[in-house]
Design a protein around this ligand. Structure first.
Ligand code: HEM
Length: 264
């Protein structure tokens, strides 16, 4: 016999379902989110597979705390240091938000490397996921640049001199060195323009790139599915028949000796 729902429950379901149905009918988003959340993953996926989502979580924390900091930070040499002191000492929970953003930057980079290490050790970069690996490499470069540009913003002695070192390192790059050196400094020496350039890269350009690439990365994760661990019979690469194309090379591999020995 079907269970009779109480009036209250029916009211609650109505309240939740009507807006959801409204959105679904007009956009198909609810179905999309359901597909994303309930899609099939390998039966032997494990904790190592959570490192990508952990990296994503760290990125979201950086984005949220960064937006809050941007409400109060002043990107000019005269005011930057003072505004950071104000955030840390005077604003309600400012110390917490700043601390989360500062330490979260390291957490983000560490998780990024752990995730990349897991992908490498599991062979998850192999066919057909090479493109997602390449997108990952770009994400790694952008994440490092985000850290580099953010480090200058407190405009204290550590920030200033670390940036001097960073910019001088760029000046040793092959071919692009003079361009990089001038572009990053924004003038003859590190000062007002450098801070503006670093701030706009840290706030707009690099996060924009990161968000776009993370979107593509996740699209490919959903599109291709995730891989099983290397010890699984479904590990990447094992399901492909070896296809011999074109030349094999000058020397053909053949058994040692005269071929009559038992195979070891
Ligand atoms: C902002 C940085 C990144 C985020 C938010 C991110 C997020 C994710 C997520 C959520 C997954 C699916 C779950 C998992 O396998 O852990 C994934 C898979 C993957 N990621 Fe990343 N990732 C990032 C950086 C990277 C980097 C730096 C690389 C490599 C250079 C990379 C390569 C891959 C590959 C190849 C997969 C597919 C793995 C599989 O199919 O098992 N990702 N990523």
């Amino acid at each position: 016999m079907p269970r009779v729902k109480s009036k209250r429950r029916q009211q609650i379901e109505h309240l939740v379902l009507v807006p959801l149905d409204w959105v679904e009918e007009r956009s198909g988003w609810v179905g999309g989110v359901k597909y994303f959340l309930f899609r099939k993953v390998p039966h032997d996926s494990n904790w190592f597979h959570t490192l990508g989502s952990a990296t994503l979580t760290a990125f979201i924390v950086q984005a949220v705390t960064g937006v809050i900091l941007a409400f109060y930070y002043k990107p000019s040499p005269d005011e930057a240091y003072g505004s950071i002191q104000n955030i840390t000492n005077d604003l309600t929970l400012g110390w917490l938000v700043r601390g989360m953003h500062r330490w979260g930057a390291s957490v983000f980079i560490i998780l990024l490397f752990l995730h990349m290490g897991r992908v490498f050790l599991f062979g998850a970069y192999k066919y057909p996921r090479e493109m997602n690996w390449l997108i990952g490499v770009l994400l790694l470069v952008l994440a490092m640049l985000e850290g580099f540009t953010g480090y200058l913003l407190p405009w204290d002695q550590t920030a200033y001199w670390a940036t001097v070192v960073g910019i001088n390192l760029n000046a040793t790059a092959p071919a692009a060195a003079p361009f990089l050196f001038d572009f990053l400094r924004g003038g003859a020496e590190i000062g007002e323009n450098t801070l503006s350039i670093f701030y706009s890269m840290h706030m707009l350009l690099i996060p924009g790139g990161l968000i776009t690439l993370i979107g593509l990365h996740l699209y490919l994760v959903v599109h291709l599915g995730i891989t099983s661990p290397p010890w699984s019979k479904d590990a990447p690469g094992l399901d492909r028949e070896e296809v011999v194309t074109a030349r094999r090379g000058l020397v053909e591999p053949r058994p040692r000796g005269n071929g009559s020995e038992p195979v070891r």
